[in-house]
Design a protein around this ligand. Structure first.
Ligand SMILES: [Zn+2]
Length: 820
């Protein structure tokens, strides 16, 4: 009776304090007391003793007062005015959460200086953040997450109040544009959160109105059926991806949910790499494993996926967070947490101060493991990666029950009406298959417990206090235990992991076991890199214990997978793990895969860059016999071979690229009389003007197409229908020998090296069409017919033929209802 009365009072209290709608399945951030244990605690302690605890190693702007005052600009000629506030907000977020999770009061106190300064220094109208950032709301969107972390920890009521005043100063127009392709719109994350806490309907209206007029996140029903890939800055995309989902969470309008799901599916189809993070150069650039990704993408994508997980309550998103952090994330840092890469790659045979093989900043320091980078975003953001994940390992369901969402050794404390309960998850996951949940705390207290069955796990089993549990453990679901758990209960969840050999179509083979991707750790030499690079603007680690590295291969990497018809063998060596070692330390990792390989002709490009995968079906086998090499988890590695060429793969069917001039091609794009010419469509973000062009002719090897310097100046000649600028190169008379290869550069960035076509229209990656190529009528009819006939489901998957089930589909860019 007393309990019912309490519940009734609680329900009334909830009604009074917030009238906001929220259809989210789980409350992310609703469990203030989550701590890592086991190997995860050791890794977070390394982060504490490493970069997060040593901002002087990260150098500028982390060696400043952070948000507790004005940060001076180190060099007016370099970077943008808002960078230092964005970057230090990333860092402070990681610092504060890490401090809470490790009970490291010095970290919490340092982050608190920035919080208190920011709250105390609002304008008279209540606007928070540095005054010099008028019109740029993005850095404050990043710092909002610091404030959110504090609120999640202690319920500080000043925070929703301050944010409410702050956001009411903005109109929808203020939020619909901004830097790097409209990042002001990212304020919606904070606005909607604040609406959730205050119930102020004005905030919800502001968020919906701003979303309705923004035009940068170009995703709609038409876009998913379009063959045009997403064409956006990758970090901006990963950040923006969560906004329609949050609009759904706070309105219940399914149009927003449809949009969020369609967008993430298109991203996965086009640009997802096997380690769980999309390509970034800095654009989304497809799923060629030669592309790399920015470390910010790991952090921003997983933060977005935490929202997908909480809002939809679907297990799939938790799997994807684990894949991204345990693979891409840990692969981008040295495991002492002293250095990080800005760009990291699936196949990475060399990592030095000049080996960046990404087309963005090609040949630069950006792929090296260093404590500080030219642009400092990743050096700040990397500090959020693990603390963010830990903070979302446990959530609450709508009845206050405990939900174990992301797996790894951890413990969380829950408040119940009868007192506190702590649930500890002891495990060597993601290496081990067994997770043991032990409940301790107040006698008489009990709580519902929900566990995740990963999508990759077909034969999960569970015991509760030694007895097999009578529940269905379906892959890719959350399963609520039949009875509440109480002090002394022990739940053992076993998630059998099988080795999966996966094919990356047209590229190669890779191996996964449970959430872990495996890679061959190429024998390597680490040498300190003391060179002072011009692009680093004089920044070096101010802590001599934090070095920059040149990592070069000292052994073979030229292996192709050579199927021997047998199952992949799993080695579980008995490893003497000294205290302080973790399973992501390559020499102590407890799971290894043995794979059959043969050596092929495959070398570094220019002795300095990771080469492309050799063309499928055209491998040159070297003399040796089949042999076996051992793979370790990808997250253990620096130099690695992850996607293997396949000795058994057949050559790809050669499809002739269609270079037909599209009907809506701008008129300014045409073949020039008497001279060679080519056109370049400027990417929407990142590319400053002007543009230069370099070409190479047959036998002409003095032109260095890998360098971003030199070239002929181009001229801006027009714009496309969607507002992208077109630059034209005019070359020598066509009586001269024809160029064979072409690049465009702005003396900073570089496109791919592409085949030359006279009158060719290029983007940063490929030849898109030839200006002089006439449109054959038959092809046009065929293409139009194809598109009209295709149905897509709301997930963006093309249906073969007509749908066989009733429902809503996309056809010819429009929603259609199919009734049977
Ligand atoms: Zn970054």
């Amino acid at each position: 009776m007393r309990r019912m009365l309490f519940m009734a009072i609680m329900a009334m209290y909830q009604c009074v304090c917030s009238l906001a709608v929220n259809v989210s399945k789980y409350d992310a951030g609703g469990v203030p007391d989550i701590h890592p244990t086991g190997w995860l605690q050791t890794l977070l302690q390394r982060q504490h003793d490493g970069l997060t605890g040593h901002p002087e190693a990260l150098s500028y702007p982390y060696n400043s007062c952070l948000w507790a005052g004005e940060i001076s600009r180190s060099d007016e000629s370099y970077g943008d005015n808002w960078w230092r506030y964005e970057q230090t907000a990333y860092y402070t977020d990681g610092l504060l959460r890490l401090g809470y999770e490790l009970n490291a009061s010095e970290m919490v106190n340092k982050a608190m200086e920035g919080i208190e300064y920011t709250l105390a220094n609002a304008t008279d109208a209540g606007v928070l953040g540095n005054r010099s950032l008028t019109g740029i709301t993005w850095p404050m969107s990043v710092f909002f997450r610091v404030l959110q972390a504090k609120y999640e920890h202690d319920g500080d009521q000043r925070i929703p109040a301050a944010l409410e005043r702050h956001y009411l100063n903005f109109t929808e127009k203020d939020l619909a544009g901004g830097i790097v392709g409209g990042r002001n719109i990212m304020s919606l994350e904070g606005i909607l959160w604040t609406y959730g806490k205050t119930g102020n309907e004005q905030l919800l209206k502001l968020a919906e109105d701003a979303w309705a007029i923004q035009d940068k996140f170009a995703v709609d029903e038409t876009a998913i059926t379009s063959s045009e890939p997403f064409y956006m800055h990758s970090v901006t995309f990963c950040e923006m991806l969560k906004l329609p989902l949050l609009l759904y969470a706070y309105t219940g309008k399914t149009k927003y949910l449809d949009l969020a799901i369609m967008a993430v599916r298109k991203l996965e189809r086009e640009s997802m790499l096997p380690d769980g993070v999309p390509s970034s150069a800095e654009f989304l650039v497809g799923n060629d494993v030669h592309h790399s990704h920015e470390t910010c993408d790991v952090v921003d994508l997983t933060w977005t996926l935490h929202h997908y997980l909480a809002v939809t309550g679907e297990a799939e998103w938790a799997d994807k967070i684990e894949t991204a952090v345990y693979n891409a994330g840990l692969g981008s840092i040295t495991k002492d947490f002293h250095t990080l890469q800005y760009f990291s790659s699936i196949n990475q045979f060399i990592a030095t101060g000049s080996s960046n093989h990404n087309i963005y900043k090609h040949g630069s320091t950006w792929m090296a493991y260093r404590p500080t980078h030219e642009t400092e975003c990743c050096a700040g953001n990397v500090n959020r990666m693990l603390p963010n994940m830990v903070s979302r390992m446990w959530m609450k369901d709508s009845e206050g029950g405990a939900v174990a969402t992301i797996y790894g050794p951890s413990e969380a404390t829950f408040t119940t009406a009868q007192g506190n309960l702590t649930i500890a998850c002891a495990t060597e996951y993601p290496f081990d298959e067994v997770l043991t949940f032990t409940v301790s705390g107040q006698d008489g207290a009990s709580i519902p417990l929900t566990l995740r069955i990963p999508t990759w796990c077909q034969h999960a089993s569970m015991t509760i206090n030694g007895t097999a549990a009578d529940v269905e453990l379906k892959a890719g679901t959350f399963v609520r235990l039949p009875e509440k758990v109480k002090k002394g209960d022990v739940v053992v969840l076993t998630l059998p992991m099988t080795v999966e050999k996966k094919l990356l179509d047209g590229q190669g083979i890779y191996f996964q076991r449970g959430p872990l991707l495996f890679a061959y750790a190429i024998p390597q030499k680490m040498e300190e890199d003391t060179k002072v690079y011009e692009n680093m603007h004089g920044k070096v680690s101010e802590n001599p214990d934090f070095k920059s590295w040149n990592i070069t291969p000292t052994g073979d990497f030229n292996y192709a997978y050579d199927d021997d018809g047998a199952q992949i063998h799993v080695n579980r060596p008995t490893v003497e793990k000294p205290s302080g070692a973790i399973p992501f330390d390559a020499q102590y990792t407890p799971v290894r895969l043995q794979v059959p390989v043969r050596q092929i002709e495959w070398e570094l490009e220019e002795n300095n860059f990771t080469p492309h995968l050799p063309e499928q079906g055209h491998l040159t086998l070297l003399g040796g016999e089949r042999k076996y090499i051992e793979l370790v988890p990808y997250g253990c590695t620096e130099l690695r071979l992850t996607v293997f060429p396949d000795t058994k793969a057949q050559p790809m069917e050669q499809s002739t690229p269609d270079y037909t001039r599209p009907a809506d091609a701008p008129e300014c794009v045409k073949v020039e009389d008497g001279r060679y010419c080519a056109y370049f469509e400027l990417p929407r973000f990142c590319w400053d003007e002007p543009v230069w062009c370099k070409v190479r002719k047959a036998g002409d090897d003095h032109v260095n197409l890998h360098s971003n310097m030199d070239g002929d100046p181009c001229v801006m000649v027009g714009t496309t229908a969607n507002g992208r600028k077109i630059w034209k190169w005019t070359g020598p008379a066509i009586t001269e020998p024809s160029p064979t290869e072409i690049i465009f550069t702005n003396h900073d960035l570089l496109t791919q090296i592409m085949p030359f076509a006279n009158g060719g229209y290029y983007n940063y990656e490929r030849l898109m069409y030839k200006a002089g190529q006439a449109t054959p009528t038959s092809v046009k009819t065929l293409k139009a017919g194809h598109s009209v006939d295709s149905y897509y489901d709301l997930q963006g998957r093309r249906i073969n033929g007509k749908p066989t089930q009733r429902g809503v589909y996309i056809k010819n860019g429009k929603k259609v209802v199919v009734t049977m």
